[in-house]
Design a protein around this ligand. Structure first.
Ligand SMILES: Nc1ncnc2c1ncn2[C@@H]1O[C@H](COP(=O)(O)OP(=O)(O)OP(=O)(O)O)[C@@H](O)[C@H]1O
Ligand SMILES: [Mg+2]
Length: 218
């Protein structure tokens, strides 16, 4: 079993879409895949969360969400305000360890230092001995956010697997074109994928057929 942990330079950068693309590629290669979203915020019971997006885009993936909080906040803040319980690190780690799939992908919430409970995704990755994939925005500002994220991961003694551009526009501007060269230079991490803008709106079949062209975590 291989475990990959997916974080982003912030919320809304495309972690879920990148997670779906990695899952789709692995499934197309014949692997079994489970995607775990430890804590989902900002959705009510019955509404669409990140794992539902993954399941819609990727046929054959198994998905697990451990807890969801209604308010669109960091999980620990949302937990305290709702009076619901906090997740524990042990719970997340044991659920991941119990998975029988070839590939286990854990999607964090927001950026890497966001408290999922009284722990962060760095603790999850360290406990599981898993590398972290950093999903980054394409445009101005991403050099700083990406370097900060990579440095925080490495300072925690966790391996950075690489960067994935969460949404690459059809007509990249000057900053975006320069960032393709500068991101690996300033972070020391490889770009292992780039998801075209609009990919999230594709049908599951189209998404899965094309995902292998977008990411290469190996
Ligand atoms: N490549 C893409 N194509 C189309 N839509 C995208 C793409 N990447 C991201 N989006 C859209 O941008 C929004 C944010 O993306 P996403 O939900 O994947 O972010 P996230 O990093 O997973 O955020 P969260 O911290 O909430 O988990 C979503 O509405 C998603 O559909
Ligand atoms: Mg997400």
């Amino acid at each position: 079993m291989t475990v990959l942990v997916v974080t982003g330079t912030s919320t809304g950068v495309g972690k879920t879409i990148a997670t779906a693309a990695i899952a789709a590629r692995a499934i197309a290669k014949g692997q079994s895949v489970v995607v775990i979203k430890p804590a989902q915020t900002g959705v009510l019971p019955g509404e669409v969360g990140d794992i539902d997006d993954v399941a819609r885009l990727v046929a054959g993936v198994r998905t697990i969400e451990l807890i969801r909080y209604p308010e669109p906040l960091a999980p620990d803040t949302a937990a305290r305000r709702s009076g619901m319980r906090l997740l524990s690190l042990d719970e997340v780690v044991s659920v991941a360890r119990e998975c029988v799939e070839d590939l286990v992908i854990v999607e964090g919430a927001g950026g890497v230092l966001v408290r999922i409970g009284e722990f962060t995704l760095l603790d999850v990755a360290r406990e599981l001995g898993a590398p972290i994939v950093v999903v980054a925005a394409s445009g101005l500002g991403t050099l700083n956010h990406s370097e900060l994220t990579v440095r925080a991961i490495e300072a925690a003694g966790v391996e950075v697997k690489g960067l994935i551009i969460g949404s690459w526009p059809t007509e990249p501007d000057l900053a975006e074109r320069c960032n393709l060269e500068d991101l690996p230079r300033v972070t020391g991490a490889r770009i292992i994928g780039s998801i075209p803008a609009g990919a999230g709106q594709l049908s599951g079949i189209e998404f899965t057929n094309r995902a292998a062209e977008w990411v290469d975590p190996e």
